[in-house]
Structure formats: C-alpha cells, structure tokens
Design a protein around this ligand. Structure first.
Ligand code: FAD
Length: 456
C-alpha cells in the first residue's frame, strides 16, 4: 500500500525549526514530538506578548499540522518518555529540533542570591511557560540591572517598563500582569562588556525602547566619542543602528520629545564597557543588592574586538539582576553526539556527524541565535539534505512502523500524547478565557489542568 511506501520521519520539538523542517518533508509522513502539551516553542514561550504580529507564523505551522501528512504529539519528552534509539528504530529518519532549553550561567559569585534570575526564566514567567510559573520576581525595588545587550535583554527591559495598561490586551499571563501592576521598578540598566558598536540587539527593538511611553533613555555621550568616524566603515544595518544610538545619545531632542522625556517617570539606560564580577549581597546577606562591574576597554578590531579590564571597578546598586547572556542547548540522549562547548549537536548542514539517519535543525543545530526567518532557512536546508539522502537510498529501506510502535511504547509507560486537535481544544479554551477581558487569549499555564480539560 502507499502507506507502506511512505517514508516515516519524526521531528523532535515543535518550535519554528520543528515545524519548518516538517513543512519541507511533507512528501513523507512526519510525526512531531513535543515535550510541552502545547506546540510552537519560543513562538509561544519566547516572543514578547506585545509583538503579536511575530506570532502569525503559527498560521503556517497550523496548516502544516492540518496537511494530513503530519501529526503532532505533545506531552512526550524525548530522552525521558522515549529514547532517540527507539525513535530511530521506528522511523526512517529522525530530526532533532529541540531548541535551547537552558541558559548560560554568569559564573560569578553571588549568582545564586535571591533577586538574581535568568532572562530566560523571566520571559518564561510572563509568557506562561509552566516551569517558570513559581518564579515570583521581586519588583519592589527601584532599579533592575540586565546583564546583556541583545534583543532578549531589550524585550525584558520593555516588559518591565511598559505601562501595565498597555499590556492588558496582550496574551501576557494574568499573574504576570498582576505583578507588573504592583512593580516599583523605575530604572532599568542594560550592561554590556563592549561598546555601542558591539550591541547585539536590532534597530526595530531599539526604536521601540526609545519611543516607549512614560520612559526616557539614558545614554552617556562619552561612550560615543570618536564613533562618528568608525561608523562609516561598518555594514549598513549596523551603521543605521549605531547612528540611531548616536543621535539619541548626543543630539538635543526637539521640544515635543524633550517634554515627553521630562514627564517620563521611568528610565532605561545602556551601560557600556562594564563586565560583571560579582552580585553584591544586601547587608543581611539575604538578597542581591547590586552588581560589581569591572570597567573594560576594547582591544583588537572588528569581529575580534575583545573587552579587557582596565583595573577599575564600579558598583551598581539594584534589587533585581537578570542575566541575559544567552540560551544554551542541552544534550537530549547519551546516544546523540553533543558539543558541550558550543552547545550544539555536531553536524554538517544538518546531518548529525557519524550518525546516518539522524538530522538536526534550528537552535540546537546552529546555536541559540537568529530570528524565526533564520531558523526557517536553516530548517529548509536540513529538510533538503534529508530528502537528498532519501532519494540516494541512504536511509533504511523497507517499511517502518512509525507512530504505531512509539504509541505502544508510550502507552506501556503511562504517557498520553496530546494531538493537534487536542491542542485546538486548548486553544479554543484559552481564546474563550481571554474574551471577557479583551485579551487575544488567557494562556493555560498548568499542564495538569490542560490534561484534565482534555479528559486525559
Ligand atoms: P524553540 O522555539 O525553542 O523550539 C524547541 C521546541 O522543542 C520547544 O517547543 C521545546 O519545548 C521542545 N523540546 C525541547 N526539548 C524537548 C524534548 N526533550 N522532547 C521533545 N520536545 C522538546 N524571533 C523573531 O523572529 N522575532 C522575535 O520577536 C523573537 N523574539 C524572541 C524572544 C525571545 C525571548 C527568544 C528567546 C527568542 C526570540 N526569537 C524571535 C527567536 C526565535 O524564537 C528562535 O529563532 C526560534 O524559536 C528557534 O527555533 P527552534 O525551533 O530551534 O527552538
């Protein structure tokens, strides 16, 4: 039968990498396994609630799930509920697209103090990621420090400083909104080891910060000395970004903007050339009360520019420290090669090194950088390699049982997968719960409640 001839492929992870890889493989049958009961990875749990347009990719993913050649199986954690070798046994090919489930540690004293958390956990908290719902960030302080100057850092700063009434009609969780309403945070510093030419955020996110209602930027013109000349040599996107920073730091605002800034009750600033050395404890030693920063200067040129300490130190008082220096992938299964230094699965264009039939895509393939569009391109490439191998007869011949075999294993282990139509019931429930308050949805944040609603 055609069923027997259709290659059986599975994808681990239902973020952009998982769904875009699946989309490229719909000549075959694709099963997507996801550890959360709900799909879409960081599109649901990372992308900021006030950026709803970014989440439109969900429509494309939903089409893929509806294609008839693709099935979604949530609530299945690969490496725990089922192993990679078991998947390899059941399928012609396996694609690992499980993203970056961890964060890079600061590795400085005081990191474990209450009042310090990863930006990853904070983002997960306001976006309804089940494992972060108990975070209880303490926003009773006046100043927050974010260590890092990328887009995630800007997302976090923006959510901390946006007037809560502007978040009311987003899909931010009810609990997070409640805490943000009580927030006393007035100032947010974003600290970077290097200078304005090395920031990792992009212009759209910066512009949003500059225009944030009720908040004014604090930039030190001294950090920008001599930059005017250097800008000429940098590539265009970086040039435009730096020009905007430079203008904001050095030009006198027009009357309207000056009035807006004067009436702003909140502020954010970029602190350049500062490398965190220690989280300082409060006098009773119970919580974070500041960050000790080493002043740095730059050595080397272009890509090789490094921050080296000058020997000077500076203490920045604050009640909340958020580390935003990057996400990190974890190894999923002892049978899968993993480069723990780079935090990726070693691969050549998506083919996992030395393991025929095993592929990878997305952040676990490239490392945790790049937007959804980058992830799409790299996932299509992995899909293409897999199809080439299939055509060249490099994958196992003969029929494979696919989901039927895995379902039996899962059932023997007491695991009940959540299908895409199950997700659509949860989706409808979330939308219904949001309706009364004008939100696009009120996210369900408790996996037990989700399973209960599905009668599992
Ligand atoms: P993920 O999206 O993380 O998906 C991985 C999936 O695998 C998850 O669903 C996870 O639950 C699942 N998984 C993990 N382990 C297992 C396991 N053992 N078994 C089964 N499933 C597993 N890009 C933009 O273009 N615009 C934005 O505005 C934007 N905002 C962002 C904000 C934040 C805070 C972050 C962190 C990223 C943002 N990005 C944005 C980048 C974008 O989210 C990534 O490029 C993209 O999500 C990476 O896709 P991925 O599929 O590799 O990883």
């Amino acid at each position: 039968s055609t069923q027997e001839k259709t290659p059986q492929i599975c994808v681990v992870g239902s973020g952009p990498a998982g769904f875009y890889t699946a989309q490229h493989l719909l000549k075959a049958h694709v099963d997507i396994y996801e550890k959360q009961p709900v799909p879409f990875g960081l599109v649901r749990f990372g992308v900021a609630p006030d950026h709803p347009e970014v989440k439109n990719v969900i429509n494309t993913f939903t089409q893929t799930a509806h294609s008839g050649r693709c099935a979604f199986w949530g609530n299945v954690e690969v490496g725990r509920d089922v192993t990679v070798p078991e998947l390899q046994e059941a399928y012609h090919a396996v694609v690992l697209s499980y993203g970056a489930e961890d964060h890079r540690a600061l590795e400085i004293p005081g990191e474990e103090l209450p009042g310090v958390c990863s930006a990853r956990a904070f983002v997960g908290w306001y976006n309804g990621l089940p494992e972060n719902q108990e975070l209880e960030p303490d926003l009773s302080c006046d100043t927050a420090v974010i260590l890092g100057q990328g887009n995630v850092a800007l997302d976090v700063a923006r959510i901390l400083l946006t007037p809560p009434e502007h978040l009311e009609r987003t899909d931010i969780t009810k609990a997070a909104l409640g805490v943000l309403r009580q927030s006393r945070v007035k100032t947010v510093w974003l600290v970077g080891r290097r200078g304005p030419l090395q920031v990792a955020f992009t212009i759209k996110e910066l512009r949003e910060m500059i225009q944030l209602p009720g908040a004014r930027p604090i930039l030190d013109p001294v950090d920008f000395l001599g930059l005017q000349d250097k800008i000429k040599e940098v590539p265009r996107p970086r040039k435009r970004l730096t020009e905007l920073l430079l203008r904001t730091a050095t030009e006198k605002p027009g009357p309207a903007e000056a009035a807006r800034q004067a009436s702003a009750s909140r502020a954010w600033g970029l602190r350049f050339f500062r490398s965190p050395q220690q989280v300082l404890p409060s006098p009773d030693g119970r919580r974070a009360a500041g960050v000790r920063l080493a002043v740095t200067r730059l050595e080397g040129v272009d890509e090789a520019t490094r921050a080296v300490p000058t020997g000077d130190m500076e203490d920045l008082p604050c009640g909340l420290v958020l580390s935003s220096i990057g996400y990190k992938s974890r190894p999923v299964d002892p049978s899968v090669p993993f480069d723990s230094k780079l935090g990726v699965i070693p691969n050549v264009e998506g083919r996992v090194m030395d393991v025929p039939g095993l592929y990878c895509s997305g952040w676990v393939k490239r490392g945790p950088t790049g937007v959804i569009a980058t992830t799409m391109t790299d996932s299509f490439l992995t899909g293409q390699m897999l199809l080439q191998d299939l055509k060249a007869g490099l994958l196992p011949s003969g029929p494979r049982p696919g989901y039927a075999a895995i379902q039996a294993l899962l059932s023997s282990r007491g695991v009940r997968p959540v299908s895409f139509s199950d997700w659509e019931k949860l989706d409808a429930e979330e939308v219904a719960r949001g309706q009364g308050t004008g939100k696009p949805r009120e996210k369900l944040v408790d996996p037990q409640e989700m399973l209960r609603l599905l009668g599992h």
